[in-house]
Design a protein around this ligand. Structure first.
Ligand code: ADP
Length: 294
């Protein structure tokens, strides 16, 4: 069984600046760093590091093969990653001395994933496989509908949260993952039952909740999993690390309680390190952390 990730690849260009630029201002950057990011890529790497068989379905632009190589190096099957003419998805991130940031995202290739690679992945998928999407690529709703009708278990991460994008995917979603802010935005839009089997809500340092046949904002009957206390240095991508590990565990047959505890350990380790994809721990590190904390 495989976890298929129809997902985004982003290159994060991070510039440290003395202050965030004002309208009309030209600034000299203090330093520049380039990281692999994108919710899809981060989640795929996390699930693969957790031990799951993962296939990535997506697109990158010319000259950025290293992004695909990094996915492959993490153990992800990249046979359904297309090269297209659009630029690889990227984010220009300015970070000032106080850690405040401002970000511009260009979807690029993530919004131009060829139908043929989605087709190819669906044709090779088996009933019982999982199909994971986020709100950073083209074709999410249609692909989720087709995956579900082929007997795949569909998981959607409604981030970045845009109600007009999220609502059409819900009827084709078995498991919906959101953070607390997104859950609140969904509650204000829907007001009642969320039409999915399970909703997974992450709450940063306050942990995570697993709700079956969820209603919002009521959390009755939810399984609550605390976060581990650590000294966080960079929480970018914590949710992606958590989700990848959680899905890998559930996919391997762990109970939600055990899978989410493992995911919380992986995410706790990730927030103690800089970066998103780079901060995702290996399974052995997570095992050692769990042994130490139990
Ligand atoms: P997102 O990055 O999507 O906003 P969250 O901030 O809710 O996601 O974090 C996802 C998970 O990562 C949490 O449920 C928790 O297990 C872990 N986590 C996040 N921030 C911390 C932190 N400061 N300390 C320990 N664990 C954290």
């Amino acid at each position: 069984m495989t976890i298929h990730v129809l997902g985004s690849v982003n290159i994060d260009y991070v510039y440290r600046v003395p202050n965030l630029p004002q309208p009309g201002e030209t600034l000299a950057g203090l330093s520049r760093a380039v990281h692999l990011g994108g919710k899809g890529a981060n989640q795929a790497i996390a699930a693969a590091r957790a031990g799951a068989p993962v296939r990535f379905i997506g697109a990158i632009g010319p000259g950025d093969d290293w992004t695909r190589d990094r996915l492959a190096a993490a153990g992800v099957d990249v046979s359904c990653v297309a090269e297209v003419e659009e630029a690889t998805g990227h984010a220009i991130i300015y970070v000032d001395a106080a850690g405040e940031n401002c970000i511009v995202i260009h979807g690029g290739a993530n919004r131009a994933i060829p139908e043929a690679v989605v087709e190819a992945a669906l044709a090779q998928a088996q009933a019982g496989d999982w199909w994971l999407t986020q709100n950073e690529t083209s074709g999410v709703t249609e692909a989720a509908a087709r995956a579900q009708s082929r007997g795949l278990r569909t998981v959607h991460v409604a981030a970045p949260f845009v109600p007009e994008d999220a609502l059409p995917v819900l009827p084709h979603t078995d498991l919906l993952a959101v953070n607390e802010g997104e859950a609140a935005a969904l509650a204000s839009r829907l007001g009642g039952a969320v039409p999915v089997d399970v909703m997974l809500v992450t709450r940063g340092a306050a942990g995570a909740a697993w709700r079956e046949r969820p209603t919002v904002p009521d959390g009755a009957g939810e399984l609550s999993v605390p976060a581990f206390a650590v000294t966080a240095v960079d929480t970018t991508g914590a949710g992606d690390c958590f989700l990848g590990y959680a899905l890998a565990g559930l996919h391997a047959g762990l109970t939600p309680e055990v899978a989410l505890r493992r995911a919380a350990a992986a995410a706790a380790l990730s927030v103690t390190r800089e970066g998103a994809a780079d901060a995702i721990p290996e399974a052995a590190e997570v095992d050692a952390f769990l042994a130490e904390r139990s």
